[in-house]
Design a protein around this ligand. Structure first.
Ligand code: NAP
Length: 352
């Protein structure tokens, strides 16, 4: 067997897109030669991932527990991975794919430690994981790939279908760059779910909080890249983002009946065939786009792509807020505050 060329780490590996990424890896011998580290919330219940892995002829891998909404879990899993890399048990991380995602529906607001679980699961847990794992990354060609989505941009035309950002008050996620404003998003004071679920049947408040968490994640592409670029040891690492489009996975179909799910899936298949980077996609196609961002060196990537954002396989301009340096800086500082990141926990020089 070819020696593994590095480690590919995928969070949310039991989900629709996560499992499709793993299937794509297994199906290609050049990718299957990488060591896979697949994180899931519950190893014993990760049936989609396990059945995909059972089809692999040869693919070295670990399946590890990780709950991104719990900082203790993020720290524990990062420590396990860092130990495995430092003692040579697994190769350095070539691709860190931040794929896990979570969205709340009406009446299901759950806040832990004062933080919105949507903010923690989509963004903060991934931010902390990344900073802790930088020490294990391949410094020549390592890449961090953040799975984004157009929901990060209230002005994106594609959001018209959900109606969550129609009112003027939702056109900007952070009204300003103050820490109070960022805190109101992080703690779900911005767009809270009403106590009475019947007042928000479409789950619009949850969609907006999901969009806000995705905005923080897309901001991280540019803020982390900027800080890596100024680091003499870590400037070879790239940070990219991919919008996978609408896919008929659990996050979008969990409240739908089985028949509607099947129709959704068939429509997505046809739409994806007609327009590969259109609104609706198949997980298999988006998985290929994520893996291209993680490993491809042909144009438009090149050897060291820096701070690029893609809609599927097309380059895309993220929202103006995602590139707002003042807002990004406050989100970064707030992340340090909430995770209580300390000197020595990350090897990034410009972390604070
Ligand atoms: N589907 C779409 O239309 C769409 C559109 C735009 C962007 N995206 C993004 O695509 C990515 C993949 O989503 P998907 O479509 O594959 O949805 P999915 O099937 O619901 O998968 C989401 C995965 O995230 C995991 N997850 C949720 N909360 C977590 C937490 N606190 N800690 C760790 N893992 C957690 C879930 O774990 P369990 O297996 O334990 O539930 C699941 O495996 C997400 O980032 C999502 O935001 C999806």
């Amino acid at each position: 067997m070819t020696a593994p060329k590095g480690t590919i780490l995928v969070t949310g590996a039991n989900g629709g897109l996560g499992t499709a990424i793993v299937k794509n890896i297994i199906a290609r011998p050049d990718l299957a030669a990488y060591h896979g580290v697949y994180t899931v919330r519950d190893v014993a219940a990760a049936s989609s991932l396990q059945s995909a892995l059972r089809t692999a002829k040869s693919h070295p891998h670990d399946v590890l527990p990780l709950d991104l909404s719990k900082q203790s879990s993020v720290r524990e899993t990062a420590a396990v991975i860092n130990a495995k890399v430092s003692n040579g048990e697994i190769p350095q991380i070539r691709a860190l794919i931040l794929n896990a995602g979570y969205r709340e529906w009406p009446g299901r607001t759950r806040i832990e430690d004062g933080l919105d679980i949507t903010f923690s699961s989509n963004y903060l847990g991934h931010w902390l994981l990344t900073l802790l794992l930088l020490q294990s990354m391949d410094r020549e060609s390592g890449r961090v790939v953040i799975v984004g989505g157009w929901v990060h941009d209230p002005l994106d035309e594609a959001n018209k279908a959900n109606g969550a950002f129609e009112d003027e008050q939702w056109k900007k996620i952070f009204a300003d760059a103050s820490s109070e404003t960022v805190e109101s998003v992080a703690k779900a004071a911005w767009s809270p779910s009403p106590d009475d679920p019947s007042k928000d049947r479409k789950g619009l408040s949850g969609i907006r909080r999901y969009g806000a968490a995705k905005l923080c994640s897309v901001m991280m592409i540019f803020e982390l890249q900027r800080r890596l670029d100024s680091d003499p040891e870590l400037s070879g690492i790239s940070v990219l983002g991919v919008d996978p489009g609408i896919m008929a996975t659990n996050i979008t179909t969990m409240t739908l009946g089985w028949l509607v799910r099947i129709i959704f899936s068939v429509v997505a298949q046809i739409a994806n065939w007609a327009k590969p980077n259109g609104i609706m996609r198949q997980p298999h196609k988006s998985a290929g786009d994520v893996l291209a961002a993680a490993l491809e060196t042909d144009p438009p990537f090149g050897k060291r792509p820096k701070g690029m954002y893609f809609n599927g396989s097309d380059l895309k301009e993220p929202s103006a807020e995602a590139k707002d340096a003042a807002k990004r800086a406050t989100v970064w500082k707030t992340s340090i505050k909430y995770t209580e990141l300390k000197e020595g926990e990350t090897c990034l020089t410009d972390w604070s």
